[in-house]
Design a protein around this ligand. Structure first.
Ligand code: HEM
Length: 437
């Protein structure tokens, strides 16, 4: 048994995570395996690393997803999967808190995002300008460029900052930081602490500091309530630190995910020139004259293509929870202390019919036939950036298609690369890009 667990652990961590999952699911909706995982025992700096066998239950059925998302925090520890965020982004971010306590604060952040999300003429100019500056004619991996513009989008939405030197260098630092910080969703929480200790160390800390200074600088410019600015922690709380930590979390969580989605959408459009032309015609017809209504329309071809990309290529392929109590799912019993892996990618492939592995945006015209997609998670930990993410994918896609033609090249590798944070197009997704306007 120990040997089996060791082999599965190596497959999970080093080799074919995706094959391991597919194989073990077989025809069922749930399966359990043992993995040998590093666990920290003891407190803070005195913590000792131990390798222990841990039972991990994999789930891909819609009912079990719903059951887990609805569970109370004494059944499922919603905070545990976020232990990994703390060391990197901000210990006092509401997003890394345990249980339901963070929900009101999270909703407040969500409101701020929504209120700032309106897209106006200047934004379009800015993004048009950025896109034309950043993306050129040629055949090359487009992921880094798309990441750059995606982070500009998030930074602009959160701070209104654009085009300044500091915004520019922070975007790059954030990209580098997220690259270095990867290791999160795909590894189980305790391993993260392990990679952190032995891995990315100094460079990571420097980037984190750069990001923190940027956020601080922005906050000092924004007119906010006095107690937000002060570092007065006489009541045991430190509001400014909380705000900085929250913003850092949003910045890091908010661009690699969307950038990967945009690249996959471009890949699908490069693969189907007919669909690309149809979508470009719709964009030319509706986007410039009325961007707000067009971008908000879920039933447009752009809306459907975005939804289908989120379904088929979820940039976070699974999320992890830790059971606090024994619970019974459809096919497996989960014991207290087990990890539960909600396999979003597998749910989406299986629950969407025989052609679940095919890119077919049209399917969402018959929305009622299908389960809800789980790309943004669910329950208390649902992604607070989901609205901005959808808008971002639609906006960037509209701007990109207005100006460029995308084609596959012989270098395009359509396999998925599992990074440590998310899954992105392998090799940065090499596409042939031609400026048409
Ligand atoms: C296509 C793009 C995106 C995808 C697929 C995505 C997916 C997800 C998923 C699945 C979770 C839940 C993880 C879990 O349940 O353990 C999550 C959480 C989160 N997302 Fe996103 N996300 C995207 C974009 C964004 C954006 C644009 C932002 C910010 C502006 C953002 C900020 C966050 C934060 C802060 C959390 C943690 C929430 C919490 O723990 O309470 N995400 N995201």
């Amino acid at each position: 048994m120990e040997l089996r667990a060791a082999i599965d652990t190596v497959r999970w961590l080093v080799f074919d995570q995706r094959r391991l999952i597919e194989e073990r699911f077989g025809d069922s909706d749930e399966f359990a395996i043992d993995l040998m995982l590093p666990i920290y025992a003891g407190k803070q700096l005195r913590r000792k690393l131990e390798i222990r066998k841990r039972r991990v239950v994999f789930v891909r059925g819609a009912d079990s997803f719903a059951q887990i998302y609805r569970s109370s925090s004494d059944e499922i520890n919603t905070g545990s999967a976020y232990a990994f965020l703390k060391p990197y982004f901000g210990d006092e971010s509401v997003f890394v808190m345990e249980g339901q306590t963070h929900v009101p604060a999270k909703q407040a952040v969500y409101r701020v995002i929504q209120e700032n999300m309106e897209i106006n003429g200047d934004d379009l100019l800015f993004f048009h300008y950025s896109i034309k500056e950043v993306i050129g004619t040629g055949t090359y991996p487009i992921l880094p460029e798309v990441q750059y513009i995606s982070s500009a989008f998030v930074i602009r939405t959160l701070f209104g900052a654009q085009g300044t030197k500091i915004a520019d260098s922070t975007i790059r630092a954030a990209i580098a930081a997220a690259g270095g910080a990867s290791g999160t969703f795909l590894l189980l929480p305790n391993i993260l602490r392990w990679t952190r200790r032995f891995g990315t160390g100094l460079a990571m800390r420097r980037q984190r500091l750069a990001l923190r200074n940027f956020v601080l600088d922005q906050i000092n410019r924004i007119s906010v309530a006095h107690n937000w600015r002060s570092d007065d922690n006489s009541n045991g709380q430190n509001p400014r630190t909380q705000i900085i930590d929250n913003l850092m979390t949003l910045l890091i969580a908010g661009f690699e995910t969307t950038a990967a989605t945009i690249c996959w959408l471009l890949f699908e459009l490069a693969r189907s020139q007919e669909l690309q032309s149809e979508l470009r015609a719709e964009i030319m017809d509706r986007f410039r004259p009325d961007p707000l209504n067009y971008l908000a329309d879920d039933t447009s071809l752009l809306g459907l293509c975005t939804q289908e990309t989120l379904r088929l290529h979820p940039s976070i392929p699974f999320v992890i929870r830790e059971a606090q109590k024994d619970i019974v799912l459809r096919q497996e019993s989960v014991r207290a202390g087990d990890y539960i892996v909600l396999s979003i990618e597998e749910l989406h492939k299986r629950a969407f019919g025989d052609d679940g592995e095919v890119f077919r945006p049209d399917r969402f015209r018959e929305k009622a036939k299908y389960p809800k997609i789980a790309t943004f998670g669910g329950g208390a930990k649902i992604c607070p950036g989901r609205a901005i993410a959808v808008q971002q994918v639609r906006t960037m896609c509209a701007l990109l298609l207005s100006s460029f033609l995308f084609e596959l090249s012989s270098h395009t590798d359509h396999r998925i690369q599992r990074n440590r944070v998310s899954s992105t197009p392998r090799g940065g997704m090499v596409l042939s890009v031609q400026r048409i306007m």
